[in-house]
Design a protein around this ligand. Structure first.
Ligand code: TMP
Length: 212
């Protein structure tokens, strides 16, 4: 019998919600329980496209807004062959940000609508589970200052949060909202429960296409 496919699991949320910490903990816990798992993150700053994005985020270069949006999407598409291969091999992928960040961040800029922003990512591998780490702006502020990168201001993050709320109304995506104000272990336990369910369900299903 062919090996069961891995699940595509995405963590999204505004800055300071703890996405990266939780992705790492989830991968570690899955591996320790004997389930093959790997972490990925977008943007993936290691590729040629990723380096253009990284310089833009670090404010070392300027890019036109539509252009950088399409680069973020291209940075996901360039990873699709290796993502599919790993999922086919039974490896669960835990992804720190995906097309939802792409659509939420650009559509929070003046002159962009969510619909246009979603288009370049239509047809990407569809996550089996997307967990949104929910944290109020006041709680995020208690976790310290924002960093120096582009987009790291509380005004912009509020606009991004509203766009995520619109995206979460889409019933074609398996969204789960996680209360990120709990302690690290509490958040991890919720994430682990949802992930084990998604892994069990995904193994007998074909990988879907996002927003199609
Ligand atoms: P990071 O801090 O998780 O590396 O994310 C980099 C920044 O890029 C973060 O502010 C969110 C933003 N972003 C987009 O604008 N579009 C995208 O498609 C992605 C994945 C991230």
């Amino acid at each position: 019998m062919a090996c069961k496919r891995g699940a595509l699991i995405v963590l999204e949320g505004v800055d300071k919600a703890g996405k990266t910490t939780q992705c790492k903990k989830l991968v570690q816990a899955l591996q320790q329980s004997g389930r093959p798992a790997e972490m990925m993150r977008f943007p993936d700053r290691t590729t040629t496209i990723g380096q253009l994005i990284s310089a833009y985020l670090e404010k070392k270069s300027e890019l036109e807004d539509h252009t950088v949006h399409l680069l973020f999407s291209a940075n996901r598409w360039e990873m699709v062959p290796s993502m599919k291969k790993k999922l086919d091999q039974g490896i669960t992928l835990v992804v720190d940000r995906y097309a939802f960040s792409g659509a939420a961040f650009t559509s929070a800029k003046p002159g962009f609508c969510l619909d246009w922003c979603m288009k370049p990512d239509v047809g990407l591998p569809k996550p089996d589970l997307v967990m949104f780490l929910q944290l109020s702006p006041s709680e995020a502020a208690l976790r310290g200052q924002f960093g120096e990168e582009r987009y790291e201001t509380s005004v912009f993050q509020r606009a991004v949060q509203q766009k995520f709320e619109q995206l979460m109304k889409d019933p074609s995506v398996n969204w789960q909202v996680i209360d990120a104000s709990q302690n690290i272990e509490g958040v991890h336990n919720s994430i682990m429960d949802h992930s084990l369910n998604a892994i069990n369900t995904a193994q007998d299903q074909l990988l879907g296409e996002l927003w199609k």
